[in-house]
Design a protein around this ligand. Structure first.
Ligand SMILES: C[S@@+](CC[C@H](N)C(=O)[O-])C[C@H]1O[C@@H](n2cnc3c(N)ncnc32)[C@H](O)[C@@H]1O
Length: 255
């Protein structure tokens, strides 16, 4: 889904609590597509922006779109599979890693296969061994990933290739702090991961709680309303236990 205002707010906050000035900060993303998240990083005033993309058509179009920023080396576009390219371009001065490389297997079957359609697990395994306290990793589309069991057996769909159980294991590191940030449209969340101790998210702020509550829309939209009534009492229970309640209901349910 890309970046939203909530995500931007917390990116700024992360840099701020660590005394990092935006134009001295570096950003790397996997998954460029039309360049909207690169544009967002430019708007946030990042000093250097790297984007890795497997589809050469997207690279060509973005080369044109960002030609001025590429000329002055503020934007660097890299063509290839992020699982490989990330290892080549990684350096400890990159502050934000935005992981958004999801393959569109049904639109570009000639590009995507089981090995590259969902690079997230390999990206994370690599990054979590390398990053330091000045780094924040953001996983896009986390609400879908967390509920990937709803999307099992969808042919050529990235989300059916990701295992939430495996992901949970990969990120269950002792000092790693994780925060789920919900978007205000009720349809998305991002997972923030960092070893940084200064960065905090107030899960009890009014805005946070409202956005989390709105994620109910995601479950309704995905037709999971069958297992829920619209009664406010049930909504409150879901609000308190969103993830756990749903996993109880859908444990044995395959679409
Ligand atoms: C959801 S889009 C990215 C959207 C973009 N970040 C934004 O917010 O505007 C996902 C992109 O990841 C690319 N992609 C998929 N698998 C990839 C891989 N293994 N390596 C690099 N890019 C990949 C796709 O071609 C697609 O352009």
């Amino acid at each position: 889904m890309g970046v939203n205002n909530e995500v931007n707010k917390y990116i700024k906050n992360f840099l701020n609590v660590n005394g990092i000035v935006p134009n001295e900060a570096n950003y790397l993303e996997t998954g460029l597509q039309y360049g909207n998240s690169v544009q967002n990083a430019l708007n946030l005033k990042f000093g250097k922006i790297i984007s890795i993309e497997i589809n050469k058509d997207f690279i060509h179009k973005a080369n044109e779109k960002f030609k001025n920023e590429i000329k002055n080396s503020r934007v660097i576009l890299i063509e290839g599979d992020s699982q490989k390219k990330l290892k080549e371009v990684f350096n400890k001065d990159i502050n934000i890693f935005f992981l958004d490389a999801h393959g569109f297997g049904s639109i570009y079957p000639e590009i995507h296969n089981d090995q590259n359609i969902m690079p997230l697990e390999n990206e994370l395994k690599f990054l979590l061994n390398k990053i330091n306290e000045n780094t924040l990793i953001i996983i896009d589309d986390y609400l879908k990933i967390k509920n990937s069991s709803f999307f099992l057996n969808r042919k050529n769909k990235w989300v059916s290739k990701v295992s939430y159980e495996k992901l949970k294991k990969i990120i269950s590191l002792e000092r790693l702090n994780t925060f789920e940030i919900f978007g205000s449209n009720g349809m998305e969340s991002h997972l923030f991961l960092t070893f940084n101790k200064k960065f905090k998210v107030n899960r009890y702020s009014f805005k946070y709680m409202i956005n989390r509550f709105l994620s109910i829309k995601f479950y309704y939209k995905k037709n999971f309303h069958i297992i829920l009534s619209k009664k406010i009492f049930k909504k409150i229970i879901i609000f308190l236990f969103t993830e756990k309640i749903f996993s109880l209901f859908i444990k044995n349910k395959k679409p």
